[in-house]
Write a protein that binds this ligand. Structure first.
Ligand SMILES: [Cu+2]
Length: 201
């Protein structure tokens, strides 16, 4: 009994030291789209597990998706190298150091996941996630935000209150422009029953 409590306490302490495990979910469909354009974790997450679900029906060979994370600046080269690597390597260059994390390719109704450490990520750096299946990156790219852990924020740094704007900087009143006077009967005749006598000019 006592030892169980001890083990529990130790594991809690270990968790505190290691930071927490965080989870992200994303899905890709048959329309070549991810269901999220932005994914975010904060620096309190020491490990992240990303689960990719293919919500469509099409097979991997036709509409495969993966989820790859790199610095924004590394995206294009990573995709190009992946396409060259070909389907036998899941459209990823093996040992590509630019890749921070990547899942395998999935087809319709399949699911996969990858767990990665956030130790290489820097708050403030721009990261992108994308699919390296040929032709997909244009539509299947999103922002990956790695943000500073949210410690109890100092109560809203006194935002400048939304000052009511000085009441309508006297817009020039809509002066009825004399020259716009439409021919009076044009609009009227449209709604007028045909039997009605047009008003005399
Ligand atoms: Cu894809």
């Amino acid at each position: 009994m006592f030892s169980k409590v001890l083990v529990l306490l130790l594991s809690m302490a270990a968790t505190l030291l290691q930071g927490k495990d965080c989870a992200l979910q994303i899905a890709g469909n048959d329309m070549m789209r991810f269901d999220k354009q932005v994914l975010q974790v904060d620096s309190a997450c020491s490990r992240v597990t990303l689960t990719l679900t293919h919500s469509g029906q099409l097979p991997k060979a036709a509409m495969g998706h993966n989820w790859v994370l790199t610095k924004a600046a590394d995206k294009d080269a990573t995709v190009a190298a992946g396409v060259t690597a070909g389907p036998q390597h899941g459209y990823l260059q093996q040992g590509d150091a630019r890749i921070i994390a990547a899942t395998g390719m999935v087809g319709g109704k399949e699911q996969t996941s990858v767990t990665f450490s956030t130790s290489k990520l820097k708050v403030g750096e721009k990261y992108l996630f994308f699919c390296t299946f040929p032709g997909h990156v244009g539509l299947m790219t999103g922002n990956f935000l790695f943000t500073a852990a949210s410690k109890a924020k100092p109560a809203d740094k006194a935002k400048p209150a939304n000052k009511a704007k000085p009441a309508d900087k006297a817009k020039p009143a809509n002066k009825a422009k004399p020259d716009e006077a439409k021919p009076a009967n044009e609009a009227a005749t449209k709604t007028m029953p045909s039997s009605a006598t047009p008003s005399p000019q």
